[in-house]
Design a protein around this ligand. Sequence first.
Ligand code: MF3
Ligand code: CO
Ligand code: CO
Length: 256
Amino acid sequence: MSVTIKTPDEIAKMRIAGRKAAEVLEYIEPYIVPGVSTAELDHLCHKYITDVQKATPAPLNYKGFPKSICTSVNHVVCHGIPSEKKILKSGDIINVDVTVIVDEYHGDTSKMFLVGKVAPHAERLVKVTQECLYKGIELVKPGAHLGDIGHVIQQHAEGNYYSVVRDYCGHGIGKIFHEDPQVLHYGTPGTGMELVEGMTFTIEPMINAGKSGTKLKSDGWTVETRDGRLSAQWEHTLAVTATGVEVLTARNEERF
Ligand code: MF3
Ligand code: CO
Ligand code: CO
């Protein structure tokens, strides 16, 4: 597979899909409280996406994934499956990952939420991981290389004594959920693909408090840290513009 360059019309469609994905994260925030199950969060998001937005939740039935969002709590790195049995409690950190399809195009974004009162070390992991995403986004422009993005993320994570997950990465996105290129969250400046106007891809660093190793649970989806320590992730879908970057999944709370 090779990288697809989107036309302005395609970017316009991705802007709409991206905005809708962001709105799901804005919508679900007040429900993320101690006592709620991750299945309930999935149910609320599913109804909002299908009934209100008239959009399609991309994860549902994607390669057999059974739910409409991913919910990854504490030591779960990514692809957590919402469950009635997973009840949030004060002190948890949770990533909610939303991907919607509108008019054939995907918007993919995730953020961390703090449940109740969270320990300072956990809040710090969440904050540094968001900074990793933002530092990556800042470098996106024509002529930059994917390795520049990976490098700045790795530097910031490791500079804070955290580790970068290497088993999963960001990805090109468009009519296809996961397409080329692979966007690694570690790397060397000046290496990797050179960015050109019209590319659309995600940056979605997964940063671990301990070691970078992961293990896949027997459900075939849930990815956990090998050492059982905390992991955090933030994700945006981006378009490379003539002069820089457009964050297609920006929320109202963000300023780019
Ligand atoms: N949204 C995830 C990503 O950022 C992919 C989830 S695939 C699923 O790429 F099947 F687990 F939903
Ligand atoms: Co993604
Ligand atoms: Co995602």
